[in-house]
Unconditional design. Structure first.
Length: 192
């Protein structure tokens, strides 16, 4: 009797089996290299993610320091503002007087002096309202006025454009800042 059906293939030669094994080993080696490369990239990404976390921590610490400094400045300003006034005569140099002026008491001694340089007139105006003494000088060629005010132990300064006539500006300052005209002098204030 004959059998119908498939006949079994003859067994492969050893060379063919070794070639197949070499092929499989080479493919596995390529996959190993690819996996090593991917693991390296993942390590880099993980490291960068860690650095981002470190940057976030550093930013939070920086924000805390800024908030702390702002609180300290606020406390310093409130301490300076609430310090009792002790009369002390400051050195005032280079004063050009339009008319005789009565100078108010100088800032309290023993407390730190604060110098504030305003870039905007509105800032100067807000800070200098009710100042003890105010001086100003006009630079004709530059068309710039320099104004300095003493308020407590603060020296408040402004440099910028203003009216050309010092008498008009003096009246303007007196009205705007609530300072008697006799306490406003044209010139500069210098505290030593």
């Amino acid at each position: 009797m004959k059998r119908t059906g498939r006949m079994a293939k003859p067994p492969q030669s050893k060379d063919e089996a070794l070639e197949a094994l070499d092929f499989i080993v080479n493919v596995l080696k390529e996959h190993e290299r690819d996996l090593d490369k991917i693991v390296g990239e993942l390590a880099t990404v993980a490291e960068q993610m860690g650095n981002t976390g470190e940057l976030t921590d550093k930013m939070e610490k920086l924000e805390e320091k800024i908030n702390s400094l702002q609180k300290q400045v606020t406390c310093l300003i409130s301490n300076i503002s609430s310090a009792p006034a002790k009369p002390n005569t400051p050195s005032i140099n280079n004063i050009q007087t339009i008319q005789a002026a009565t100078v108010a008491p100088a800032p309290p001694s023993g407390n730190p002096s604060v110098s504030i340089r305003c870039v905007q007139w509105m800032d100067f105006q807000a800070l200098a309202i009710g100042a003890q003494t105010l001086s100003f000088s006009y630079k004709e060629q530059e068309k710039i006025i320099q104004a300095n005010a003493i308020k407590g132990n603060q020296l408040i300064s402004y440099n910028g454009p203003t009216p050309k006539f010092s008498a008009v500006f003096k009246a303007f300052l007196a009205k705007e800042l609530g300072i008697p005209k006799q306490n406003i002098i044209e010139g500069t204030l210098s505290i030593e």
